[in-house]
Design a protein around this ligand. Structure first.
Ligand SMILES: *Cc1c(COP(=O)(O)O)cnc(C)c1O
Length: 365
């Protein structure tokens, strides 16, 4: 496969483990969990879990029961929370695999309790997202129903921050205050609020248990998070180098017209690989950059399903068979996402199933 591969995804499990340790150090004495939904943000649940477990992580969050089942298989002793299950469909799977459902409404609490509770669960209260979680009104009603609470046996009380990327946004503090007020009405539980960016707000946001996702995978490394390491690198193979004259166009829609005689390299990567179509350029807007032979170079024209063209004019020695970095140590996934009109989350979560995957830095077993 390696000889024929057009795309290579290198996943550094030692960097993943180091990032978890860094975050765990920041939130201590609170516990640090790992959010591993969407196949651990694209990098692979089966590989990520042993690395995280070895680093000391014991609590994991996924979106769906099927993801939870895979985490359970990789971490038989871990605490596995399922964030967004449709509970009537998922409750039996949670029981079967020892997963902890996150109860997102009063109806969820009643359903879980009516099914006999038994296994631990989490209670999610909404403090400003209006997405999932009990409203303030329902939280107070639940506080008045101790039997129901006892039957549902929540071990964790959580909420989710809406605006952590903006550290000064007043909604952050308002959400923390509201969660604290709701917690005061309920029996004592482990309290959880912060996602990755929440960890970098004031210490109080870490509560008892932090839930980082993106920071573990190296998708958030700016400013205060600069100690975090690159965990995912995407390389595409140059499969052809060609010369084109000034005035000629490149790719579908003839969206980009060359201003000078140019040398172009065609890469074996496209939107079918999760390299976003919006990474392309046109005469109206710049696109993303790639990195080849020590230089950052622009993507030219539209990204196609399997191919992307970069401009290597003036860069000596580029030949078919070279590998160009699409993101990694030289081009941050955040910058490439921004140039593609999105965020690192979307780029990582959509990572290619077609790429050759190379895992480095796995813990010794
Ligand atoms: C995805 C998710 C997280 C992790 O968020 P990051 O910004 O990736 O750290 C935490 N909590 C909940 C409820 C989530 O859905």
């Amino acid at each position: 496969m390696a000889e024929g591969a057009g795309l290579r995804l290198t996943i550094d499990l030692a960097a993943l483990a180091a990032n978890w340790r860094t975050l765990a150090g920041l939130v201590a004495p609170a516990e640090c969990a790992a959010v591993v939904k969407a196949d651990a943000y694209g990098i692979g649940i089966e590989q990520a879990i042993p690395a995280l477990w070895n680093a000391g992580c014991r609590t994991f969050f996924v979106a769906l029961p099927e993801e939870g089942r895979r985490v359970r298989a990789a971490a038989p002793q871990g605490n596995v929370y399922v964030l967004s299950a449709y509970l009537p469909g998922a409750a039996h799977l949670c029981r079967q695999h020892g997963l902890r459902p996150v109860l997102n409404s009063l109806a969820d609490v009643e359903f879980w309790a009516a099914q006999g509770g038994g296994a631990p669960s989490a209670l999610h209260v909404d403090t400003g997202m209006n997405r999932l979680g009990l409203s303030l009104h329902d939280s107070i009603e639940l506080a008045r129903r101790p039997k129901l609470l006892a039957a549902a046996a929540p071990a964790l009380l959580m909420s989710h921050l809406a605006c952590t990327e903006e550290s000064a946004n007043p909604l952050n503090r308002a959400q923390l205050a509201l969660l604290s007020e709701i917690a005061a009405e309920l029996p004592k539980m482990t309290l959880s609020l912060a996602n990755s960016a929440g960890i970098f707000l004031e210490r109080a946001f870490a509560c008892d248990l932090a839930r980082p996702g993106i920071a573990l995978y190296g998708g958030m490394r700016q400013g205060a998070a600069s100690a975090l390491q690159v965990a995912v690198t995407l390389h595409a193979r140059v499969i052809q180098v060609r010369d084109a004259a000034a005035g000629e166009t490149v790719g579908y829609g003839a969206a980009e017209r060359l201003k000078q005689d140019s040398r172009l390299a065609t890469l074996s990567a496209g939107y079918a690989d999760g390299y976003l179509r919006q990474a392309g350029s046109s005469y109206k807007r710049e696109g993303a950059k790639a990195w080849i032979r020590g230089h950052a170079v622009p993507v030219v024209g539209r990204v196609s399903m399997d191919l992307t063209v970069i401009d290597v004019t003036g860069i000596p020695g580029v030949v078919a068979g070279d590998w160009a970095e699409l993101f990694g140590p030289n081009l941050s996934v955040e910058a490439v996402a921004a140039a593609s009109g999105t965020i690192s989350y979307e780029l990582l979560a959509g990572l290619s199933r077609r790429a050759e995957r190379i895992y480095v830095g796995a813990p010794r077993t």
